[in-house]
Ligand binder design. Structure first.
Ligand SMILES: [Ca+2]
Length: 340
C-alpha cells in the first residue's frame, strides 16, 4: 500500500512537471483520478484493480475536447438560425426510406412499445432516425476515452461527465461487459438510441427479454427503451405533441417561450393566438419559433409530448425535426402499404 502510494505520488509530481493537464495521458497518475477511484470503491464497492485497469487504458482525446467546445460568450447579435436548414439534414429521401424499412422489419416490437408506453411507432422511428439514421451512425469513440477526457480535462461540464463516467462503470459491471469495448459518440452517447450511461441505467429496458439490455445490438431493446424514456418524461398516449399556431402581429417577442411551457391555451386564445386544430391536449404549452432567414417565421405550440422529446435533447429544433421525420415516415409507409 505504502509503496503504491509513493509510486503514485512520484508519478503525479513527474506528470505535473512534464505535462500540461490536457496532454496528460496517464490518468492513473492524477490526484483527481485517484480520488475518483477511491470514491467508486467506497461508494459502490467497485474493485480498485479493475478501475485501475480501465482508467489506466483510458486515453485523452483532443478531438473530443474540441467537439465539446469551450463555453462561448453570448454573441452581441444573435446568430441567424434556420429551421429548414436544420430539418433538411434529417428529412432526406434515404433516411425516410430507411425509416419505412426499419418499420417493416421491427413492426411487432414497435406495436408492442406503443401498447406498453403509448408512444406511436413513427415517433420512436423519428428519434432513431435523427439520432443514428437507424443505427448507421452510432459513434466510433471509445466511451471511456470520451468521458474521461471531458471529466478530467474538458473545457466545461466536468462534473456532469464525471458522473456519467461513474454511471458507465456501474453499467458495465451490471451488464458484465468490458467498459473498454463500448463505443459511442464523442460525448459518450451509446447505441441505436444514443443513451448516456445514466439514462441507460435508469430508463433502458430488456424489450426482447433475452436477459440483458443491449442498446447496441438489439433493435428491440432500443425501441422499448425509447418508449420507456419518453413515458418517464411525461408522454401521453394519443395527444398531439405540437400544434401549428398563428400569432397576432407584434406579439412574437412577448409570446415565444422556447422550451418553457409557460402558457395556458385559453390565455393564448384570449390574446388572439389561433391554433390549427380544435382538439388540443390539456395542460400548458410553449410557443416555439421556427425561423427561416428572409421569410416570416413559423410558430408551433409545444405540449407535454413535445416536452418529453426535448428531454432527449434540449432543443426545439431537435424535437420539431423528430416529429417532422416521424410524419414523413408515417406518410411514406401509408403510401407503400396502400400500393401493396
Ligand atoms: Ca435484450
Amino acid at each position: 500500500m505504502v509503496v503504491k502510494s509513493l509510486r503514485f505520488a512520484a508519478l503525479t509530481l513527474l506528470a505535473g512537471a512534464l505535462c500540461s493537464p490536457a496532454a496528460n495521458a496517464e490518468y492513473l497518475a492524477r490526484p483527481e483520478v485517484r480520488e475518483f477511484i477511491e470514491a467508486m470503491q467506497a461508494e459502490h464497492g467497485m474493485d480498485v484493480a479493475e478501475l485501475e485497469r480501465v482508467l489506466g487504458e483510458a486515453r485523452y482525446q483532443p478531438v473530443v475536447s474540441r467537439l465539446i467546445g469551450p463555453e462561448r460568450p453570448k454573441p452581441v447579435t444573435p446568430p441567424v438560425r434556420s429551421y429548414p436548414k436544420y430539418r433538411a439534414k434529417f428529412l432526406t429521401k434515404s433516411r425516410i426510406a430507411a425509416g419505412t424499412q426499419f418499420w417493416d422489419l421491427h413492426e411487432a416490437d414497435l406495436r408492442r412499445a406503443q401498447a406498453e408506453f403509448g408512444v406511436p411507432p413513427e415517433v420512436v422511428l423519428g428519434i432513431l432516425g435523427v439520432e443514428t439514421a437507424f443505427g448507421q451512425n452510432t459513434g466510433s469513440f471509445r466511451v471511456v476515452d470520451s468521458l474521461a477526457t471531458i471529466a478530467f480535462d474538458g473545457p466545461r461540464r466536468q462534473e456532469y461527465f464525471r458522473d456519467e463516467l461513474k454511471e458507465l462503470l456501474l453499467l458495465s459491471r451490471e451488464l458484465s461487459i468490458d467498459p473498454l469495448k463500448i463505443k459511442g459518440s464523442y460525448a459518450g452517447a451509446m447505441g441505436l438510441p444514443q443513451f448516456m450511461p445514466s439514462s441507460y441505467r435508469k430508463y433502458a429496458v430488456d424489450f426482447d427479454q433475452d436477459g440483458s439490455i443491449d442498446l447496441v445490438g438489439s433493435s428491440s431493446d432500443a425501441i422499448g427503451s425509447i418508449g420507456s424514456y419518453l413515458k418517464a418524461f411525461g408522454w401521453v398516449d394519443g395527444e398531439a405533441a405540437l400544434v401549428p399556431v398563428r400569432l397576432p402581429a407584434g406579439s412574437e417577442a412577448e409570446l415565444v417561450s422556447g422550451l418553457e411551457r409557460t402558457h395556458e391555451v385559453a390565455a393564448l386564445q384570449e390574446k388572439g393566438v389561433r391554433f390549427s386544430i380544435k382538439k388540443l391536449p390539456e395542460g400548458a404549452c410553449s410557443v416555439v419559433e421556427l425561423p427561416t432567414p428572409g421569410k416570416p417565421s413559423k410558430y408551433v405550440a409545444g405540449f407535454s409530448n413535445f416536452d418529453a422529446i426535448t428531454r432527449y435533447n434540449r432543443s426545439t429544433f431537435y424535437a420539431t425535426a423528430v416529429l417532422d421525420l416521424a410524419t414523413a415516415i408515417h406518410d411514406a409507409r401509408t403510401q407503400i402499404t396502400a400500393s401493396r
